[in-house]
Design a protein around this ligand. Structure first.
Ligand code: FAD
Length: 378
């Protein structure tokens, strides 16, 4: 019988979390396999605004987003369903870059530093005798000492692993498109409409990314995306203006559904979960990508210690990961839930927005509560 190839670390999913860990771990001379079901480059449904908190770590990973064309973003615009507008300066700022570009750059860097990337889909993970056996759709089998689950919001594997959140239906769906037209380079906007909100910001090549999330119960009353936009999204004057005065770059918008914000476990069946596989913060916070990259750093540092025998055993590694993950993300997730719930109630959010106009310092305070500190590379 053919012997399975063996790696120190096998990473399921080559998005931001998976690829950041791959680069970090390969730089420490661990043998790393990333299994990613799609090929690069590929567009993803995402607001594509990233907080500057990740910049030092991206530098450590040798990724310069500005040489890839990222736009510096310093201002935040928020409008209500009634098209009332608020502006603030972002406490930390951020940048706009497409996932098409960023994930591709990370994948190229991962290969350059020695990670292997296999285009295949993981179908099964077994853990016994202190190691993992991973099987793929194309019948590849691999052994690994450590497995990182970085396969995003939702996957066949969540059913296989019997994760609790996957058993509950979620009503959220999202639509994303790139368009060409006028929009300030340094602004990220969050425009509300009944039953949802839309993020708008520039990315490389002067494209404007529009990405909105809404509730399926509102969406299903309309015959298609165009019909929904004309009857619901256009009620916000800012969105009407952007959508009717720009030219689409994609033939069709991208869509995803069943987006769940339910709690998940950051370690399951001994798999270290990173990024959205561990938890998804509400997109209105604009912090999911930073959390994915930051959780990859936490996992990578601890895994390196484990291989250097600075951690006593697997149990200690898992406990430490849980501790550090909770300390980094628990409170941002909680604030994100509270803010999203408020936005879900149109009347209340209108009143709150008026209040924010009177107390302008509250908005940067909320932004700070949903974001982390600038990542250290010590
Ligand atoms: C509508 C919306 C807007 C958002 N806007 C923003 C924003 O503006 N700013 C921000 O910071 N965050 C935003 N987010 C959140 C952000 O997109 C995610 O937090 C981020 O993509 C997480 O990265 P990840 O690496 O965990 O997952 P992903 O980027 O989803 O990567 C997971 C990878 O795993 C692969 N995969 C899945 N299953 C398997 C399998 N079985 N085998 C092999 N590969 C597999 C997938 O193909 C994918 O490439 C938004 C999210 C949504 C839904």
């Amino acid at each position: 019988m053919k012997e399975e190839l063996k790696f120190d670390v096998l990473i399921i999913g080559g998005g931001l979390a998976g690829l950041s860990s791959a680069i970090h771990l390969s730089k420490s001379n661990l043998s790393v396999l990333v299994i990613e079901k799609n090929s690069y480059p590929k567009h993803k449904v995402c607001g594509e605004y990233i907080s500057n908190e990740v910049l030092p770590y991206l530098k450590f990973l040798d990724i310069d987003v500005f040489s890839l064309g990222a736009k510096k973003i310093e201002r935040f615009q928020l409008s209500t369903t009634q098209s009332k507008l608020l502006y603030t300066t972002l406490p930390l700022g951020g940048f706009g870059i497409s996932r098409f570009c960023l994930d591709h750059a990370l994948a190229k860097k991962a290969l350059e530093v020695g990670s292997e990337i296999l285009e295949d889909s993981v179908e099964d993970i077994q853990f016994s005798n202190d190691e993992f056996l991973v099987e793929t759709k194309k019948s590849n089998k691999f052994k690994a000492k450590i497995v990182i689950g970085a396969y995003g919001k939702r996957s066949n594997l969540d059913i296989k692993l019997n994760r609790q959140f996957i058993k509950r239906k979620s009503p959220y769906l999202a639509v994303k498109m790139h368009v060409k037209g006028d929009f300030a380079d340094d602004v990220v906007a969050l425009h509300n409409f009944e039953g949802g909100y839309c993020g708008v910001s520039k990315v490389e090549n002067d494209n404007i990314n529009l990405c909105y999330i809404t509730n399926f119960n509102v969406f299903k009353k309309f015959k298609d995306i165009q019909d929904f936009q004309k009857n619901v999204v256009y009620k916000n004057n800012f969105l009407k203006d952007i959508l009717s005065n720009t030219v689409p770059v994609f033939e069709e918008p991208l869509t995803i559904s069943q987006i769940s914000f339910d709690a998940k476990k950051p370690v399951e069946n001994h798999i270290i979960m990173c990024g959205d596989t561990a938890a998804l913060i509400h997109p209105l916070c604009g912090n999911g990508m930073s959390m994915a990259i930051c959780s990859a750093q936490i996992a990578s540092r601890l895994i390196i210690k484990y291989f250097n025998s600075e951690t006593s055993d697997r149990e200690a590694l898992e406990k430490q990961y849980l501790r550090e993950w909770n300390s980094a993300f628990k409170s941002r997730l909680k604030t994100g839930h509270i803010v999203a719930n408020l936005f879900n109630q149109p009347r209340l959010s209108e009143v709150l927005m008026r209040g924010l106009k009177w107390f302008p310092s509250v908005l940067p305070f909320i932004i700070r509560r949903t974001h982390g500190k600038v990542m250290s590379i010590e």
